[in-house]
Design a protein around this ligand. Structure first.
Ligand SMILES: [Zn+2]
Ligand SMILES: [Zn+2]
Length: 418
């Protein structure tokens, strides 16, 4: 039996690739105009990058990572998200020393061992941006703005921004205590998963999909009732700037995100068209993260766009581009003549193909047709004798002969409208 791909891992086929390029090209363009620079980081990190970065008691680290010992017994993990590894790199190369504000982006695959479903693969792709070195609310705006711009400029319509504040080390502990005592009071009614979470990571109970847990959490205390003046001012400034930009948002007090490192602003861009996995982009502020990874205490804010989900919201792009020119060479002499010409045309940007097999004229013309060639160039023994070659427009069926001389290359390019 033929071998198939691993469950949750997907091939991206040639007929899908144009949509990927469209997304990536637009993202490059947006990052460029916002002054973000690209960094490329490894897919594999020491496991502690994630257990320290994301948090030991998060679902991601507890049960979703691909973790394995290497041949020397060192624990490694495939990256489940980009931020922790990116900050590891920032530390390692002291990138923060280059400028007070660091703006970086990266794109690529991430890995999580979750149950595969629509919009959730075990290898999935993210476009990720991080802005380090400032706590200013406008930096939160920049990051949200880029995510919003990329998604909306691709033509996605039915999306909304949900936003919340998770508080800071000054106000969150008080809230955490209040939430914990609430969860203790309803402990018996929580699902087993949430009973465990209520001790290790109480905020995560807000993310439970169980109906009974959701009911219970409707009466839970909310972070916004506990925000300190600084956190209140911060989120208000972010919201004001969103209004100025005309980015519509909804304050979602239940939005908590699955990662420990978030403080203050947290957000998601969601689409109701996606079903259960409705988050297209997400992010937030993570002021203590660089320090937790052993670096300086620099604040930061970031976002990630889920490319696979974004693709589900886009209309499929047309397939591969048709070719400009198919070269039919009949016989050995003709073949030798056309090869350098083909090289020149390709260097000039024409999409040129030829038959690899020594087939007859009819067969080669059929091949040109299948490939959608606009023009076919025919060179056989007669044409060599005449020192002219045939150029046929496959759309109009017009045919003309052009001389094989020093002007051949430019002559053909003029003819086919280059
Ligand atoms: Zn606070
Ligand atoms: Zn639950």
């Amino acid at each position: 039996m033929a071998i198939r791909a691993v469950r949750g891992f997907k091939d991206i086929l040639p007929q899908e690739i144009r949509s990927w390029h469209r997304i990536e090209d637009l993202a490059y363009g947006v990052f460029n105009t916002f002054g973000f620079k690209e960094i490329r980081i490894p897919l594999v990190e020491k496991t502690e990058v994630f257990s320290r970065g994301i948090g030991e008691y998060t679902d991601i680290v507890e049960k979703e990572m691909y973790t394995f010992p290497d041949r020397k017994g060192l624990s490694l993990s495939l990256r489940p998200e980009a931020t922790a590894g990116l900050l590891r790199a920032v530390n390692e190369h002291r990138l923060y020393a280059q400028s007070p504000i660091l703006k970086l982006f990266t794109m690529g695959p991430m890995f999580r061992h979750e149950r595969p479903q629509k919009g959730r693969l075990r290898q999935f792709y993210q476009i990720d941006a991080e802005l380090l070195g400032t706590k200013a609310p406008l930096s939160d705006l920049e990051v949200i703005w880029m995510a919003w711009d990329i998604i909306v400029r691709l033509g996605v319509k039915n999306v909304r921004l949900e936003i919340n504040s998770l508080g800071c080390p000054r106000c969150r502990p008080g809230y955490r205590d209040a939430l914990k005592s609430y969860l203790e009071s309803v402990f018996q009614d929580l699902c087993p998963n949430c009973q465990r979470r209520s001790k290790t990571n109480p905020l995560r109970v807000f993310d439970c999909k169980e109906k009974s847990c959701r009911e219970i959490m409707k009466n839970a205390p909310l972070m916004r009732q506990y925000l300190c003046p600084e956190c209140t001012e911060h989120i208000n400034k972010v919201l004001e700037s969103l209004e100025v930009l005309d980015i519509p948002f909804v304050i979602n007090p239940y939005l908590v995100r699955g990662l420990d490192y978030y403080v203050m602003t947290t957000f998601e861009i969601v689409s109701p068209d996606l079903g259960a996995q409705s988050t297209v982009a997400a992010g937030g502020r993570y002021d203590g993260l660089l320090r937790d990874l052993g670096g300086p205490d620099l604040p930061g804010v970031g976002m990630a766009i889920g490319v696979d989900r974004l693709l589900l919201l886009l209309e499929a792009d047309e397939e591969t581009l048709p070719i400009d020119l198919f070269v039919v060479a009949l016989g050995l002499t003709a073949r030798k003549k056309v090869i350098p010409w083909i090289g020149t045309w390709r260097r000039h940007g024409l999409r040129v193909q030829m038959s690899y097999e020594d087939r007859g004229l009819k067969s080669q013309l059929r091949q040109a047709n299948r490939l959608g060639a606009h023009y076919v160039l025919i060179l056989g023994e007669d044409e060599i004798k005449e020192e002219r070659l045939i150029v046929r427009d496959m759309k109009t069926h017009d045919q003309q002969k052009i001389p094989i001389d020093n002007n051949l290359i430019s002559g053909l390019e003029n003819l086919i409208d280059m």
